[in-house]
Design a protein around this ligand. Structure first.
Ligand code: R2B
Length: 284
């Protein structure tokens, strides 16, 4: 079964789950937030940008950077973890920008995104842009480059995210917003000595064998086979490899998050990539 993406004309964040309306309370377990315990529209209704990345410390550093750049009142060092009651994810806000960690791999980012999307929905946020600012391994590109993802592909280089639902495989699209990718690229051009390119990002289920590494506890292939696989990936348009982008693209696309794009520095926090996202936030 293949499902298509959907944007709401109103700019509201969509949840596609009729059962939610029947809940007396929606508990966002892993964020330590809920519709009864928190006034989500008051806390988050004005959020316009969500930046996500693997590590809590990096996302805190990003929120502090945005706090300073936006000239907000108070000390950037004091940004508080909104999800402090949960040790699963960390969430910070700087004005209209929310900065959240997602951990490593599809299961971890997927739990966070389900709860984040419900949060934005309950908060009645409109026209939200979400960007993943994360780490990845570059493929055949200059060290330190930033890859702006146009399409996330799976480890067979297909633009799809396969989710098993009640024992059946449901296939979801992983196209990202091409216009936003171009806008990010234009922002990067304003920063000197900043190698940036648009390309496909390959998402794998594993960091070691799944990415053709020879240094895991298990390795079932030769160095030649590894190189042949990476060459095929490169020829299919893959320019970097990570572990979250297909789930990110599929979930955000299905729920009408405006212009989801995935921006993946090979090293983070690369001050240039952070500046590029800042430039985009200031320009939208
Ligand atoms: C990039 O870095 C992590 C693995 O080291 C993983 O979250 C990813 O996608």
């Amino acid at each position: 079964m293949t499902e298509t993406t959907g944007y709401s004309g109103s700019g509201l964040v969509l949840v596609k789950n009729p059962h939610l309306d029947l809940l007396e309370e929606d508990v966002l377990y892993h964020l330590d937030l809920g519709t009864k315990t928190h006034n989500l529209p008051a806390m988050f209704g004005d959020i316009k940008f969500v930046c996500v990345g693997g590590s809590p410390n990096r996302m805190r550093a990003f929120a502090q950077f945005m706090h300073r750049e936006l000239g907000l009142a108070g000390d950037a060092e004091d940004v508080a973890d909104i999800c402090a009651g949960s040790d699963r994810y960390a969430m910070y806000r700087a004005g209209p920008v929310l900065s959240i960690s997602h951990g490593m791999g599809i299961p971890s980012i997927s739990i966070m995104l389900h709860e984040l999307i419900k949060l934005l929905h309950h908060a009645k946020c409109r026209d939200v842009t979400i960007i993943r600012i994360g780490t990845s391994g570059g493929l055949g590109i200059e060290a330190g480059s930033v890859v702006i993802t146009d399409t996330a592909v799976d480890s067979s280089f297909q633009p799809r995210f396969e989710q098993v639902v009640l024992g059946d495989v449901v296939v979801r699209s992983t196209e990202l917003d091409k216009e936003l990718a171009e806008e990010l690229l234009a922002c990067s051009r304003e920063i000197p000595d900043f190698p940036t390119l648009i390309g496909h990002t390959m998402c794998t289920y594993d960091f070691y064998e799944g990415q053709g590494r020879l240094d895991g506890a298990l390795c079932s292939f030769s160095s030649e086979k590894k190189l042949a696989y990476l060459r095929r990936a490169y020829d299919a348009g893959v320019r970097n490899i990570e572990m979250e982008s297909t789930a990110f693209a599929a979930l955000c696309g299905m729920c009408g998050l405006k212009a989801p794009a995935d921006h993946i520095p090979t090293t983070f926090p690369s001050s240039n990539s952070v500046k590029m996202v800042k430039t985009l936030i200031f320009s939208l």
